[in-house]
Write a protein that binds this ligand. Structure first.
Ligand code: SF4
Length: 255
């Protein structure tokens, strides 16, 4: 499939996360592209750790209950999670609680079928058009009905899973030349599930949305501005909150 034409501009690596963030608040997406991130959060830490445990299960097989403590500590020690303990102010008792929560999630996760498993944490990176790379990491890829299914696991609610999966489906298609037969998001915490079978019209619509985000980012870069600010519940997790009136107003309203 062809990616729509976009305006010329600086090179851009657009991830699923930045794409979704831009749709909420362009200014915070642009800040992330400049390396300005929000504070670390406990749910984020727990979710990242759970995903590492899920990927290890898929690659190496089931983890015995008595081994999960050790596996969690190995995964923290060998990854960027190790550097988040300090900013989170994590005490040994707090870490123990998080590992207990990950254990509960893993007990549910290990009941999921794994037939057709092809890969975990599969990196996507394709130059959609000169100077624009679309990137992401799919939790797992499974063989399914003569093609592949892309799966994303959530440890909380599904949130923007539909838009995230649409982005992955587009990037997979541009990279592999064939669309996935299905995309699926499952909340390990609640059991909620979303499944879609993206067709050519769906992929074209997503490509137009992504191209519009590329144009938006490049327009702001060209103007030297910082982008439109749109307050909402996401402001709590924005690295720009301290100096942002819109964000402060949104947070005050929610409080
Ligand atoms: S604090 Fe809210 S409105 Fe302000 S830049 Fe961040 S996300 Fe946007």
């Amino acid at each position: 499939m062809d990616f729509p034409p976009v305006r010329d501009g600086d090179e851009l690596r657009l991830s699923a996360s930045t794409y979704l963030t831009y749709r909420q608040c362009p200014a915070t997406a642009l800040a992330k592209l400049e390396g300005i991130y929000g504070p670390e959060t406990l749910p984020g830490f727990r979710g990242n750790l759970a995903h590492r445990v899920f990927a290890r299960h898929l690659r190496e097989g089931p983890i015995a209950a008595g081994d999960l403590q050790r596996v969690c500590r190995e995964e923290i020690g060998s990854s960027a999670l190790n550097y988040k303990l300090g900013p989170l102010g994590m005490k040994p008792s707090g870490l123990q609680r998080v590992i207990g929560e990950v254990q509960e999630l893993y007990e549910r996760f290990r009941r999921f079928p794994t037939e057709g498993f092809r890969g975990a944490e599969v990196a996507l990176d394709v130059e959609a058009t000169p100077g624009v790379n679309l990137v992401g990491s799919v939790d797992a890829v499974f063989d399914d009905s003569g093609g592949v299914k892309l799966v994303d696991w959530k440890t909380n609610e599904l949130g923007s899973a539909a838009e995230q999966l649409a982005f992955y489906a587009l990037v997979w298609t541009l990279q592999e030349g064939t669309p996935p037969v299905a995309v699926e998001a499952v909340s390990v915490g609640s059991g909620e599930r979303f499944v879609a079978h993206p067709d050519a019209a769906d992929l074209a619509a997503t490509a137009r949305d992504v191209a519009a985000v590329v144009d938006g980012i490049r327009s702001v870069w060209a103007s030297g501005g910082t982008g439109e600010r749109r307050g909402g519940p996401w402001c709590r997790y924005c690295g720009m909150l301290d100096g942002c009136e819109e964000g402060q107003a949104a947070v005050d309203l929610l409080d």
